[in-house]
Ligand binder design. Sequence first.
Ligand code: DSN
Length: 416
Amino acid sequence: MASILEKHDSEIYELIVKEESRQNGSIRLIPSENYVSKAVMSATGSILTNKYSEGYPGRRYYEGQQITDIVETTAQERAKKLFGVEHVNVQPYSGSIANLGAYLALVEPGETIMGLALPDGGHLTHGWKVSTTGKIFNSVQYSVNPETGRFDFDKIAELAKKHKPKIIITGASAHPREIDFEKFGEIAKDVGAYHIADIAHIAGLVAGGVHKDPVPYSDIVTTTTHKTLRGPRGAMILCKEELAKQVDKSIFPGLQGGPHMHTISAIAVALGEASKPAFKEYARQIIKNAKVLAERLLEHGFELVSGGTDNHLILIDLRNKEIPSKKLSKALDKAKIVTNCNSIPNDPASPFNPSGLRLGTPAITTRGMKEEQAKQIADYINQVTENIDNESVIETVAKEVSELCAQFPVADYFVA
Ligand code: DSN
């Protein structure tokens, strides 16, 4: 496939090869990123991209659905089994659409929803003011305790009682601790709200049995498929049978046209991979690596939001280091360590140059790195931080990172 692209469009081919080399030659710590298997990549790039399939299996608007119906049903069945749910919609193009679709399946625009504020680790689509979800709904935002970085359930319950939201959204993009979906479920029940759990970041941890399961405590679960779950860029909505019709209608025809069958087939492949015992081990190792990375960073004097991690993610509070996070993330990028700046709870700084740096271990764990390498990575991060203006130290770290990456090769998934 690669050689066809090389002959047909060498400009794009070369860019993809360069990006592959960048991904393989760097320590990728952005917690929402991963490396998919060759099999997932192959399904994503398959001829299924040629097909339109508006509707759902057995009820399509165009003909020629003999195979696509089976592909979609297979993805649904695998997801139902893996997450133990009654109904799954595998069509959302992204997590943002999955979330909007889930809200609109349950409530009308103008009604009240309540989600975690973006600077406190929430997601734009949990009702943050610049997102459509913060504009078309009456959005109330809850926070974490800025001192502890943890949820204060009494305060959240009080806020829910005051505003009586129709939906409470849980889940996060930058929360380093296990989320107690049961407690959130109780708060929602007490005020008569639906509980939607967005498990985009932790879906692989839930599937691997190393994070509390949201399914028994929520009405709808949304997730992307490409983070810890290690599938293609896509999303799913999981729910009880009684909500199936309204969820499906909300996605198609409510928000989308034809589903992306190539993506859906790759989701099926990823779900198959996630149901294997090796995936459970992968999920366990993600957390072990994150814990060691966090402990070593603490030893180097870094402050971490909530003091550590229970999951795949670490949020460094850089204020004591007095280094702008953008400066550090750029220096780390030069050293081939790829992270992202992130707001921290109660952040005094701007969202484009906030006070936090977000790290995660899903991608390094996929390439086989373990505790020893996680510790070494913390040492590199410290070395760059301590020598932020010293180009030669940064170059030395970059060389060492290249050598480390060479010892943990990523499967040659494109240039085959
Ligand atoms: N952009 C994703 C992340 O990095 O967490 C969330 O959608």
